[in-house]
Design a protein around this ligand. Structure first.
Ligand SMILES: C[S@@+](CC[C@H](N)C(=O)[O-])C[C@H]1O[C@@H](n2cnc3c(N)ncnc32)[C@H](O)[C@@H]1O
Length: 307
């Protein structure tokens, strides 16, 4: 069977394909040997794909030969990309620059919430040492958004990641900071609008205190892994206001794992909500606007130049 396929490839003058691909085709053909039309379609599809994507392979090979490092080509619309070695001083500088731009957009988003009277508090799921709580506190002060800031956390680090649903990078107990330390970091004594709610989300989000949190205008999910993200999204489904902002700090870009998987599974369970992509930034920060189906949306205002 493989010989047959190789012959077809020779006949059609196709670029070589891998043994694995040939085996797959052979398995397919075994069922439909006489069906030549189907076979020809298959060959045409592979031929088209080969033609369409051969430049990627050529570029990979060329960079490998010239520089000793095979590189994937970058989409022509992608401008913010660099090859600085992670951890190097140049990388830190570039990263700082993107961080500044991200904070500028977050400032505009919180200002939008204030100007459009989006009801609800500001919430972070996964606080660690309180860095983002402090940022949010300062930005909210600068745009005159007077809301509570809720921070939910175990204050014991990550719960156990799952082999199936999480990247192996994440480990149980990572990012552990105790409640007292975090209270000091966020200056809770002088900032009465900050509330820290300790415990595993599986407990805290079902507890009495969390019931006081009725509406949410801005939510950051920063618990890194799948299961707690599922719990946060379930908590949020009846609380996210029309026009609220939902941020994932560790978007996996992969529907099989992590926060992305949890979100993708949650979307069909909340038909009353619609989602608008706002922007994606470094360190896998992914921001979305949440709209209620059937309610009028307002113009995007200051962040409309994002496109
Ligand atoms: C990456 S850290 C958060 C970083 C933080 N947002 C900041 O500004 O630096 C992840 C946090 O999620 C918390 N976390 C992970 N799984 C949790 C769970 N199941 N219940 C409660 N907290 C959890 C961890 O304790 C940790 O503080």
């Amino acid at each position: 069977m493989n010989k047959l396929i190789i012959k077809i490839f020779e006949r059609f003058n196709l670029t070589p394909i891998s043994r694995e691909q040939i085996n797959k085709m052979a398995a397919h053909l075994a069922k439909k040997e006489e069906d030549l039309v189907e076979l020809q379609n298959l060959v045409t599809q592979i031929q088209t794909a080969n033609q369409k994507f051969s430049w990627i392979g050529e570029y990979l090979e060329w960079t490998e030969k010239l520089f000793g490092i095979g590189m994937f080509p970058v989409d022509k619309n992608t401008k913010l990309i660099a090859s600085f070695t992670p951890g190097s001083s140049y990388f830190k500088l570039a990263s700082k620059g993107i961080g500044v731009a991200e904070l500028a957009v977050i400032t505009d988003l919180l200002s939008d919430i204030q100007k459009n009277n989006v009801p609800g508090e500001v919430v972070e799921f996964g606080v660690f040492k309180g860095e983002w709580i402090n940022r949010l506190y300062n930005i909210m002060g600068s745009v005159g958004l007077h809301r509570e800031i809720w921070g939910f956390d175990s204050f014991k680090g990550l719960s156990k990641p799952s082999e199936k649903n999480d990247d192996p990078f994440w480990q149980e107990g990572m990012f552990c900071a105790g409640l007292d330390e975090v209270k000091r970091n966020v200056q809770i004594e002088n900032r009465p609008n900050i509330r820290l709610v300790p415990d595993w989300f599986a407990e805290s989000l079902k507890g009495m205190e969390a019931r006081l949190l009725e509406k949410v205008s801005f939510a950051r999910i920063d618990c890194d892994i799948y299961e707690p993200t599922v719990e946060c999204l379930q908590f949020l489904e009846s609380r996210l206001s029309h026009g609220s902002v939902l941020v994932f700090d560790d978007w996996s870009h992969d529907l099989r794992i992590g926060e992305t998987k949890a979100f993708a599974e949650w979307v069909p369970t909340v038909p009353h909500l619609e989602f608008e992509f706002l922007f994606f930034s470094h360190w896998d920060h992914f921001q979305i606007r949440v709209w209620h189906v059937g309610k009028p949306r307002w113009p995007l205002g200051t962040i409309s130049d994002r496109s």
